[in-house]
Write a protein that binds this ligand. Structure first.
Ligand SMILES: *Cc1c(COP(=O)(O)O)cnc(C)c1O
Length: 491
């Protein structure tokens, strides 16, 4: 299995295909594009049948080995077995089995319509990002030990990525984490989760700005190739290919748990921001998993919903990016979206490059096919199963209340975005699986507002806000950031 950049210039030597291990520790391709396999591996019906019986760890191994063809199979099996355990993903609801890793529960069944919830948030930081990040921590440790190398992870978070990365990398030999977050824009619980880590290899940096300012700084530093090489900078942002692949696994698990035979289809609704999670669903579908619809649910930051309704991709300025009650979806630019657009335009890297250069120069592009637009591929979107919807703060509160009343469980605001939008896309005969992307305890402010009572905290999470915190506050200044990194790596 080989990987190419979505912006590869076929005539340039730097665009030659690479292996999984070559791109594992990196982020963007040198040309600014994102890596994708030269062709998606396919699954057969016989494989799906066999996989119905597998544990999550064994299923992860079967899927990953199709992508990570240059890692020895025995090693890969050991890595997935070490990652997907009931001890790591232990924060399940009452009545759910931690050993299932991503338990699936039926919320409602009526008139042939079925609504299900797949719990992806039972890991150490109570959000779905642990699903991929815990594997990444083990993959990185494995790859670095082989090369006797070190890595300085530099990333941006609006909350969940950062804590997931830090909990995956804390104490790992040869790894430091420098994590930017928008100062005072995370929930108290999220800040406490990250800032209470005292491990000497973890550096929390609160930036005076919004999440996109943080993300722009990561891009600026990553584009300084000399600095990046000298400081051994890597990334764990949602564009990291291994993260996307790790997320493909739970779409298979969800499908296999919701069906009894491969002629059945399911749909997924995915609370979306940077398009990383749902991109994995797209890949699962391209591999042949019988997915009917992939529904992107956004909050008021509706860049993706706008595209899937109109064909116009229009990124927002920082000043147009709302600070909402589902903050992990507060993005103005969907960093993984380029992967889907590459497929949508027939894997034409020249077109993809031109479109995303236009994002930089003109703030977006238009594939609606209208006069003056940049293309007409919007008409092909349905072929890929994509639908979308959005929610408001009031929708989320109403949905949290409804779900508590009707099904007796408390969901978080991001999952509420998902359920609100999923209900608009339900079809008889096709189970709709909503991916639960965080537990309610992470966003207690909204739960209090919706239900008038605190969200239940899993064991061990009481009083984390009272723990001592370790972080620095910095302006959104790339040069100052570089100096801070260099001072702390000593490289
Ligand atoms: C990161 C995150 C999302 C958005 O996922 P993307 O991969 O960025 O689309 C949604 N919900 C929660 C809780 C998250 O942490």
């Amino acid at each position: 299995m080989q990987y190419v950049s979505t912006r590869a210039d076929a005539s340039a030597a730097s665009s030659s295909p690479q292996h999984f291990s070559d791109i594992l520790l990196g982020g963007l391709a040198a040309d600014g594009g994102l890596f994708l396999p030269t062709a998606y591996p396919q699954v057969t019906g016989a494989e799906l049948d066999a996989w119905r019986q597998l544990s999550y760890a064994d299923l992860a191994f079967e899927i990953l080995k199709k992508f990570a063809t240059d890692i020895a199979e025995a090693d890969l099996r050991a890595l997935t077995a070490k990652t997907y355990t009931k001890e790591v993903y232990k924060n399940v609801r009452k009545g759910e089995q931690a050993s299932q890793i991503t338990p699936l529960r039926v919320l409602a069944e009526e008139g042939g319509k079925k609504l299900l919830l797949q719990a992806l948030s039972n890991g150490p930081t109570l959000a779905f990002k642990d699903m991929a990040m815990q594997l990444l921590g083990n993959l990185f440790e494995y790859a670095l030990a082989k090369q006797d190398a070190q890595l300085n992870i530099f990333g941006a978070t609006s909350g969940d990525t950062g804590s997931a990365a830090e909990y995956a990398m804390r104490g790992k030999k040869g790894i430091r984490v420098f994590m930017l977050s928008p100062h005072k824009k995370m929930s108290a619980f999220q800040s406490a989760q990250m800032f209470s880590l005292q491990d000497p290899n973890i550096f929390n940096i609160a930036v005076e700005g919004v999440f996109d300012d943080c993300q722009d700084m990561v891009k600026a530093v990553s584009n300084d190739l000399e600095f990046k090489a000298r400081q051994k900078i890597g990334t764990v942002n949602s564009i990291n290919w291994a993260r996307v692949v790790a997320q493909v696994v739970y779409y298979f698990r969800g499908y296999l748990s919701a069906t009894t035979s491969n002629d059945q289809k399911v749909s997924f609704t995915v609370p979306s921001g940077n398009f990383g999670n749902i991109c994995a669903g797209h890949i699962a579908r391209m591999m042949g998993l019988p997915i009917d619809k992939l529904v992107a649910a956004t909050n008021e930051n509706d860049v993706l919903d706008e595209f899937f309704r109109t064909g116009v991709y229009r990124v927002r300025k920082s000043s147009e990016t709302y600070h909402t009650s589902s903050p992990s979806m507060d993005i103005s630019k969907a960093s993984n979206f380029e992967r889907f657009v590459y497929d949508l335009v027939g894997r034409d890297s020249d077109r993809t490059r031109a479109l995303f250069h236009k994002v930089e120069s003109h703030g977006g592009f238009d594939l609606s096919g209208k006069p003056g637009s940049d293309g007409d591929e919007f008409k092909l979107v349905a072929k890929y199963g994509f639908k979308s919807g959005k929610s408001t703060h009031q929708d989320r509160l109403d949905t949290i209340r409804d779900v508590a009343d009707d099904y007796g469980i408390v969901i978080d605001t991001h999952t509420a975005d998902g359920i609100k939008v999923a209900r608009e896309h339900m079809e008889a005969g096709v189970p709709m699986i909503v991916l639960e992307t965080a537990l309610a305890a992470k966003f207690n402010e909204a739960i209090l507002e919706a239900l008038g009572e605190d969200a239940e905290r899993p064991e061990g999470f009481d009083h984390i806000e009272d723990l001592p915190q370790k972080f620095v506050v910095m302006p959104a200044d790339v040069e100052k950031m570089k100096a801070y990194i260099a001072a702390n790596t000593g490289l």
